[in-house]
Design a protein around this ligand. Sequence first.
Ligand SMILES: [Zn+2]
Length: 118
Amino acid sequence: MPLNIMTLTRVDMPVSQAEGLKILERDEFRCRYCGLDGKASFENALVMSVDFIVPRARKGKKDPANLVACCRPCNMIKGTRVYKSIEDAKKYVLARREEMRQAWESKRSHPAGGAVSA
Ligand SMILES: [Zn+2]
């Protein structure tokens, strides 16, 4: 599958292509945080990555139990914080995404010069 090779080689990952692919296959190419389907389109495939639940910067191990399929935006939002569990990390990422969505939607629904109901 060219999709896997592309996504895995273009990302600076500390896991090998084979290791990363195993994780992505295990998680069915879906982001474990937001649920983005990496198989749905080329654009989605491009942003798929593998995340260290406990970041390497915090001595997270390169172990399948510490690795999950993850899209790049969620990976960025998650950052290098340490969470109690993946559920905890997921809650944080989804809450941040929701905040970002609301900020984005409020800007979009009130274009400059448009009527703003207060
Ligand atoms: Zn995601």
